[in-house]
Design a protein around this ligand. Sequence first.
Ligand SMILES: Cc1cc2nc3c(=O)[nH]c(=O)nc-3n(C[C@H](O)[C@H](O)[C@H](O)COP(=O)(O)O)c2cc1C
Ligand code: SF4
Length: 396
Amino acid sequence: MKYNLTFKPIKIGNQKIKNRVVSSAISINKANKDGSISENILSYYGNLAKNNIGLVVVGGASVSKEGKVTQNEIHIENSKKHLIGLTKLSKEIKKYGAKSSIQICHVGAQGNPKLSGERIVGPSKYISPDIGVECDVLKVDEIREIEDKYLDAIEVAEQANFDFFEIHMAHGYLLHEFLSPFTNKRNDQYGGSETNRMRIIKNIFEKIRKKIDLSKVGVRISGDDYIESGLNIRKQKKLISLLDSYGISYYTVTAGLYETAKYKYINMKNGNYWNYSQQLKKITKNKVITQGGIGSIIQGENLLVEKKGDLFGMAQALIADPEIVTKSLREEESAVFECLAHVKVGSCHRCRYLKQKDFNFSCVTPSAWQPNSNVSSSRGKDLEFWKKTISRLKNN
Ligand SMILES: Cc1cc2nc3c(=O)[nH]c(=O)nc-3n(C[C@H](O)[C@H](O)[C@H](O)COP(=O)(O)O)c2cc1C
Ligand code: SF4
């Protein structure tokens, strides 16, 4: 079998994952306006689980309305409606034998009031150049409220039967902003020294450890921010040792913030994301998910062989073709529709809905998932477009 490691089950915390393919966290901006789970959300993540993914991570579920990137992102709220929707979602994923994780986040100072309809907040004054709005600086009592919101959100996700909760500490979102001296200029108990910059995280973990089995908690961490005063794996050793001491179960390694997006893609293409996860593997005993720019199962398998990670994550390859694992298991790799951006950086951004005028999540390949309301009559056209573009990109 050419995918010996990929299809070897692995234990994360107390859960046995049937294979080592993770669908990396992606938000698809298709929840209901109140952040509750829509039919499209159930269908999108269910389709991944149905297609033999080991661990399905539901992207960017915010701890509060203020923490949302856009109005149509998932928001975890302690209400009957939200709980019913989230329970259906974890059930839909697990029905196919996949394990379910839900990413818990707060957008912080990279929020956009025009998209979320909410005020934006951060540890210190900051204007994300893409957005151009200065955030409000959080007061200490507001930070404490946010710490409680993390606990509330994780408790709801636990009640909804998710196997894991992935806390987002990267991409320039709120917890990352507290951690990084680039965005945290506070001189109170939440800023200055490294211990103070980690305080919000420590407080959240102190709260959740009393209620939640911490072996169900994963963390998304930044391998490199691409900013001198920012973070990288080396600078986060203390954080990693703190998280390890709490008994978390996995890390997934990413990089960059909105402001440094252009460096992300070059580094991803050069395989640097996989180097960050390799570095992390040397300093933790926890499971590490490598990801970023993985376009095929064989590429993922090779990264496992090279010990860059214990599992590998894919986002765009699975947006472009959610059946990539199924096809690879059947040895039908030639039938996979590749993501255009994996062939050439910058060639396609359609799925990056924040960059689109209509904020609509979609993909240009004929194999991509379609919302329930869409008729699939354009698929023939999509196939022609994909074939033409991929051949042009490969021949250039
Ligand atoms: C449409 C879209 C939505 C995303 N949403 C999230 C998200 O909610 N949380 C997150 O941590 N990363 C998110 N990402 C980043 C992916 O998880 C992944 O790290 C990135 O796309 C690189 O991996 P890839 O080359 O496999 O796509 C998103 C990416 C895309 C394309
Ligand atoms: S829309 Fe483009 S970049 Fe996004 S997954 Fe599809 S092919 Fe790749």
